[in-house]
Ligand binder design. Structure first.
Ligand SMILES: N[C@@H](CCC(=O)N[C@@H](CS)C(=O)NCC(=O)O)C(=O)O
Length: 262
């Protein structure tokens, strides 16, 4: 079968994810070229993408919302890739919404950020992107780097300095798993046909998921509308009708019962 991304297919047919192209580091000590300066960097994310969502969570937990701006791309990706669209105009299978202008750079497509950084870039344009507003280049497009960078480099002015996200009770690995679990029943179970069981069928996993969801600030980083419209409307090879299901019905705000295991 022809792969969705032919350049990323191994000889034996496995998906070999492309290497992230930009891996520069923001320095905590103020050294150049990327000193940790408030207001200088901007995060481009999709709330549908699990990797990008991890950076959104770290930005939130470290209290970096004032220090690092953020723009959310439209959840639906067509052949031109991630685009900026007016969030009040919802592309919902009835009408194609043209791109709007990103407030930081005037971009219409995220590919313009890649182009500005490396005119020869010919890989897939992915989120998250950490953009330097001063140098006008992408500093880093790898979630594995951006999360620890947010955790360490900005401690000078982070509001939640006492929260060390890497060695307290809830650790980085929990947030990584959270971003997968939260998408499972909503998208992976139906759209990706991973349907032997749902997370909700595992009471301990569901309790764990709800416990993380109920941590301060986390629920507002989760956008089920974006998650569902992204997957069901972007992967037309899997869902040619682009119909987005209304369900499943669930309530992640119910008591999680996890105090029993503390
Ligand atoms: N290795 C990247 C992965 C990011 C990634 O694959 N993002 C997906 C969305 S979940 C994307 O932007 N895909 C664009 C495309 O496939 O065209 C990271 O760690 O940040």
């Amino acid at each position: 079968m022809k792969a969705q991304f032919e350049k990323e297919q191994s000889d034996s047919g496995e998906f070999q994810r492309q290497e992230d192209a930009f891996r520069e580091w923001i320095s905590a000590d103020g050294s150049t070229p990327y000193p940790a300066v408030t207001g200088r960097y901007h995060l481009y994310v999709s709330l549908a993408c699990p990797w990008a969502s991890r950076t959104v969570i770290f930005r939130k937990l470290k209290g970096l919302e004032d220090a690092i701006g953020m723009t959310v791309v439209d959840p639906i990706r067509d052949e031109k890739g991630w685009a900026f669209r007016d969030p009040d105009k919802k592309w919902d299978n009835t009408e194609v919404i043209p791109p709007s202008t990103d407030p930081v750079n005037g971009f219409h497509y995220l590919s313009e950020a890649y182009e500005a950084t490396d005119p020869n870039f010919d890989g897939r344009v992915t989120v998250p992107v950490l953009w330097d507003k001063e140098a006008k280049v992408i500093v880093n497009n790898c979630e594995d780097d951006i999360c620890p960078m947010f955790n360490n480099a900005f401690n000078v002015f982070a509001k939640n300095q006492e929260v060390d996200l890497f060695d307290k009770r809830i650790v980085e690995a929990d947030w990584r798993l959270f971003c997968t679990l939260i998408r499972f029943d909503v998208v992976y179970h139906g759209h990706f046909k991973c349907n032997i069981r749902r997370i909700i069928d595992y009471p301990n996993l569901q309790g764990y998921l709800m416990d993380l969801y109920q941590q301060p600030g986390i629920a507002e980083t989760v956008n089920f509308d974006h998650i569902k419209r992204h997957y069901y409307m972007t992967h037309t090879e899997i869902n040619p009708t682009r119909i987005v299901p209304i369900g499943p019905a669930f309530d992640l705000t119910k008591p999680h019962g996890r105090e029993k295991i503390s």
